[in-house]
Design a binder for this molecule. Sequence first.
Ligand code: SF4
Ligand code: SF4
Length: 62
Amino acid sequence: MFIVSIDEDICEGCELCVEGCPARILGFNGEKAFVSGDETECMGCEACISVCESGAISIMEV
Ligand code: SF4
Ligand code: SF4
């Protein structure tokens, strides 16, 4: 199982991770991305990490 987290202090608000997440668990509050769904539904595909230029996203396998 994977758990995703986003450091909102680092996020630059590009929204690319939100659009690219196949599990649809990432949201956008107008300024920053955040985990809007069940963080444990992350599939570990790393699509979000690959598009995030700020390095704000972390995935942990548990
Ligand atoms: S690793 Fe994949 S499923 Fe998990 S949050 Fe990122 S894009 Fe979504
Ligand atoms: S891809 Fe990175 S910088 Fe862009 S909204 Fe997502 S977490 Fe923020």
